[in-house]
Write a protein that binds this ligand. Structure first.
Ligand SMILES: NC(=O)c1ccc[n+]([C@@H]2O[C@H](COP(=O)([O-])OP(=O)(O)OC[C@H]3O[C@@H](n4cnc5c(N)ncnc54)[C@H](O)[C@@H]3O)[C@@H](O)[C@H]2O)c1
Length: 336
């Protein structure tokens, strides 16, 4: 195989990044889109000059696809992924979270194994050069992690006006899974115990029935204790749509990172902190660690390489997120 024919499912905010990345990739010979929403489907067809379909099965029947990527809303990854596996597509890239129940993740993994399908997960933080620098430092030093802290927060516009499906997701499903996966990736340890607390005040008062904040304490198999803070209610005046920190104390070093990446922009609007390392589209070139999972998906398939993050990683992150919700609801510690 010298090039790939790829179908993208979901043409919302992130699906458009998938489409643009593949359309820039000389190793991709054909791109098609599947989107339920007619207006979005037609917009994508017109903007990119590609064919559009209303269902995954219809797209698979009409196009000769090697791979499918799934960028549907958080609670709706399962059905299109299952349909693609059952229709015999060999490679899938699924946006995080793999699915929002452990059972759905396990079903997808079982179906994929039966059909010999390989699944990659888009946990883009595994491609972030800052986190890889911190990870390399710990590996070089043979460090033992004592304690870690990670936060990821979005401005309230994200659940309030970006999405229609926020009540079927949460800060843990949307943001937390990135953190849980990154901790596993950086330390090689698995979560064994989860305790979580959260608040449901602000979003509920605005008619969106989900968590404002979720704070999780994870006990990892290497003995380290991690605190993971996620929220969906930062004021909209914050100069980025999200904020984040990663702080790790090992037996040898103290590593700190903030999501601010060095560029500030002051205009007559609110201050802007462009994350130029994350995503850039210049003419026919896509770059940035937010787009590398899509680019690497293509080159891994063409070169027969293992994916950096797999369905198993998706399952493990979903197990932790499900435990975070169960603990926050019940007040109990959840053993994994
Ligand atoms: N990797 C990352 O860093 C990252 C960042 C942002 C979002 N995401 C993930 O990407 C996914 C999409 O997020 P978004 O911001 O684009 O959401 P969005 O709401 O903008 O877009 C989702 C689109 O999927 C479509 N859709 C839903 N079910 C469908 C189906 N069965 N078939 C076809 N189309 C369907 C909807 O109509 C909608 O247009 C989410 O799971 C989100 O968590 C990942």
């Amino acid at each position: 195989m010298e090039s790939l024919s790829i179908g993208v499912v979901g043409a919302g905010i992130y699906g458009n990044y998938h489409l643009r990345t593949f359309l820039c990739d000389p190793q991709v010979s054909n791109v098609a889109v599947c989107e339920l929403n007619e207006k979005r489907r037609l917009e994508a067809q017109e903007r990119y000059g590609i064919k559009g379909y209303a269902s995954v099965r219809e797209m698979i029947e009409a196009e000769d696809l090697d791979a499918i990527t799934i960028a549907t809303s958080d609670p709706y990854h399962f059905e299109p992924a299952r349909d693609a596996i059952e229709a015999g597509i060999s490679y899938l890239l699924i946006e995080k979270p793999l699915a929002t129940t452990v059972e759905e993740c396990e079903t997808l993994m079982r179906l994929a194994e039966d059909k010999g399908v390989r699944i990659a997960l888009d946990f883009h933080k595994r491609w972030d050069p800052a986190y890889n620098c911190m990870r390399d430092e710990m590996i070089r030093g043979g460090d033992t992690v004592l304690r870690g802290y990670m936060s990821l927060d979005d401005i309230i516009a994200v659940p309030e006006s970006w999405f229609t499906w926020s009540a079927q997701s949460s800060p843990s499903w949307f943001l937390g899974v990135h953190c849980y996966d990154l901790i596993r990736y950086m330390t090689g340890a698995e979560a064994v115990k989860v305790y979580a607390q959260g608040s449901k005040r602000v979003l509920q008062s605005r008619g969106i029935d989900t968590w404002d904040t979720l704070t999780a304490t994870l006990t990892m198999s290497d003995g380290a204790a991690w605190t993971v803070d996620t929220s969906w209610v930062l004021p909209n005046t914050f100069p980025k749509s999200n904020d984040g920190q990663l702080v790790i104390l090992t037996d040898r070093c103290y590593l700190k990172n903030e999501s601010y990446r060095g560029v500030k922009n002051y205009t007559d609007k609110k201050e802007d902190l462009p994350n130029y390392l994350f995503m850039n589209f210049e003419k026919d070139k896509a770059s940035g660690f937010g787009l590398e999972p899509m680019q690497e998906f293509v080159s891994d398939i063409l070169h027969g390489r293992a994916f950096r993050s797999t369905a198993f990683d998706g399952l493990q992150a979903t197990r932790i997120a499900a435990a975070v919700h169960a603990s926050a609801e019940s007040g109990h510690v959840i053993e994994l």
